[in-house]
Design a protein around this ligand. Structure first.
Ligand SMILES: CC(C)(COP(=O)(O)OP(=O)(O)OC[C@H]1O[C@@H](n2cnc3c(N)ncnc32)[C@H](O)[C@@H]1OP(=O)(O)O)[C@@H](O)C(=O)NCCC(=O)NCCS
Length: 166
């Protein structure tokens, strides 16, 4: 575990991020919503990073990557839709299939929780997960998230909503 670290996304990550996303495209698309095909190019990823960093600058998003000892990107984790007045945000994460099961998503989610608490002073985190995504539900459970029972009016497109009060 000590050979991995979580750091902020940088504008110079384009090639490394594109390689990570292409390598894991099928894997991710079997668990989470597919990205637009135009994303999978240097220009697409450069625009994606630029947009994430612009949202970081306005305090709406906090993007991270996880890298291994050789500085290869092996995962991503984001605080998304940060709502500072209401003090909540959404979490998201994805890990290279080849390094799954080693606690990296747990490491990343714990990092997000710490940033949410210390840097952003948030009090609530939310995650949306498809029912069959057993690995992700385990990560959320381990980090203290609780499954919220949907009310009749809730429409989350087949995803369950998990919340953590911090
Ligand atoms: C879900 C995901 C992030 C988990 O990453 P990870 O680094 O493997 O997570 P961790 O190692 O921290 O923990 C996963 C746990 O779930 C377990 N697990 C994974 N798949 C499982 C399955 N199908 N059935 C039962 N347990 C499973 C692992 O064994 C591990 O538990 P353990 O530590 O007790 O052995 C990764 O599989 C992924 O990126 N999937 C595709 C994208 C995605 O689903 N993102 C989350 C969207 S909400």
């Amino acid at each position: 575990m000590s050979s991995f670290r979580v750091r902020e996304l940088k504008s110079t990550d384009t090639e490394a991020l594109l390689a990570f996303e292409i390598h894991n495209r099928e894997w991710f698309e079997s668990h989470i919503d597919a990205r637009d095909p135009s994303f999978y190019s240097l220009q697409g990823v450069a625009e994606h990073i630029e947009s994430y960093l612009a949202d970081f600058a306005t305090g709406a998003w906090h993007p991270f990557v996880i890298e291994d000892a050789s500085e290869r990107i092996v995962g991503r984790a984001n605080l998304k839709n940060i709502n500072s007045p209401e003090r909540f945000a959404e979490v998201g994460y994805r890990i290279d299939q080849g390094v799954c099961g080693q606690g990296l998503a747990t490491l990343a989610l714990r990092h997000l929780i710490q940033e949410a608490q210390i840097r952003w002073e948030l009090t609530l985190l939310v995650a949306y997960v498809y029912k069959e995504n057993v690995g992700s539900r385990k990560v959320l459970d381990r980090c203290g998230f609780l499954l919220e029972q949907p009310s009749c009016n809730d429409e989350t497109g087949g995803e369950s909503r998990f919340v953590l009060t911090i």
